[in-house]
Design a protein around this ligand. Structure first.
Ligand code: ASC
Length: 135
């Protein structure tokens, strides 16, 4: 993690906003991919690949938004995420791995394989939400 001195000084509420912004960007880009996978909107290879690339990149930014002191405030993160940081990190790493695979596959793979990998990716999002995000 590259927490700079400046970021170490950041107010908890600003850190929380930072990570929520990152998740917002991820959700914005997951939406159209989900729509294509479900057949609600036409599959567009270039658009899908771009969304997958953004999710993969931004997904690598979120972990630095869980600094000490950001367990409380305007956030739905459960205290368990901080208490079980090793597991939280490993779930986040898994998400990073699956989104990277999705981004690579989105450029070259068949839509069938892409759909499978989108499911695997969503599963890694859900795994963390189930344990560490309150409703
Ligand atoms: C999405 C999205 C999530 C995950 C999760 C997977 O498209 O916005 O948070 O997938 O719903 O179960």
């Amino acid at each position: 993690l590259s927490i700079t001195a400046a970021h170490a000084q950041a107010k908890p509420e600003d850190v929380i906003k930072y990570r929520q912004g990152a998740y917002k960007v991820m959700g914005w880009n997951m939406g159209p991919m989900a729509g294509m996978v479900k057949g609600e909107i036409p599959y567009n290879k270039e658009a899908f690949a771009r969304h997958a690339e953004i999710v993969a990149f931004v997904g690598k930014l979120t972990l630095e938004g869980f600094t000490p002191g950001t367990d409380k405030g305007d956030t739905r993160v459960k205290p368990e995420a901080f208490a079980k940081m090793d597991d939280f990190k490993s779930k986040m790493t898994k998400m990073n791995e699956e989104t990277a695979k999705l981004a690579a596959l989105a450029k070259t793979g068949s839509f069938d394989d892409i759909k499978k990998q989108f499911g695997a990716t969503g599963g890694t999002c859900k795994a963390c939400h189930d344990d560490y995000k309150s409703k």
